[in-house]
Ligand binder design. Structure first.
Ligand code: SF4
Ligand code: SF4
Length: 167
């Protein structure tokens, strides 16, 4: 948390990031508040829903006059949450899909039909490619998508993270 606090300490609480935030009108994310809590050294910041409400559009970082990379702050919070097994189910499902198939989205029959119609070859990642991807993810420190904190300690599992469930 020390690194986050140091970066966030430059914040002037001007609220420019909040006005620019594309997620705020949809899910109520308040990036200025997240930066304030990070600057205060709040060790619980990654445990709530906020890290998962950001859509990583970088609109806040582009306009912050203090030069704070707010999007990067959200990435760090998500990484910390994921390492503890605090992952909203939709993100967990995407990670598992990626590791199982090499694609972060399902290849459906309709996908095949559309590729056919466009004259494109059938699509799929080879077993070798999937194995290499798994190795890369493991070597890069990707957390186990099956790791979970006890439900009672997980805001995203107890319903406090409703917006993240709908991502
Ligand atoms: S735009 Fe930058 S300085 Fe202003 S409140 Fe947001 S993080 Fe702080
Ligand atoms: S990167 Fe996240 S916090 Fe920043 S403007 Fe986009 S959605 Fe909002």
């Amino acid at each position: 948390m020390k690194d986050l606090a140091l970066k966030a300490a430059l914040c002037m609480q001007c609220q420019v990031c909040g006005a620019a935030c594309t997620a705020a009108p949809v899910n109520g994310l308040r990036p200025r508040e997240v930066v304030r809590r990070a600057a205060a050294g709040d060790e619980t910041l990654h445990q709530g829903p906020d890290p998962w409400l950001c859509v990583a559009c970088y609109a806040c970082a582009a306009q912050c006059r203090a030069g704070i990379d707010i999007s990067e702050l959200f990435y760090e919070l998500r990484n910390r949450a994921a390492a503890e097994g605090r992952i909203p189910e939709p993100y967990r499902a995407v990670a598992k899909q990626l590791l199982a198939t090499g694609c972060s989205f399902p290849i459906t029959k309709n996908t095949g039909r559309m590729r056919d119609a466009l004259g494109l070859p059938a699509f799929g990642v080879s077993g070798k490619g999937i194995a290499e991807l798994n190795t890369l993810c493991r070597e890069a420190g990707m957390p186990d998508p099956d790791k979970r904190v006890p439900a009672a300690a997980d805001a995203c599992a107890t319903g406090a993270c409703a917006a993240a469930k709908e991502v």
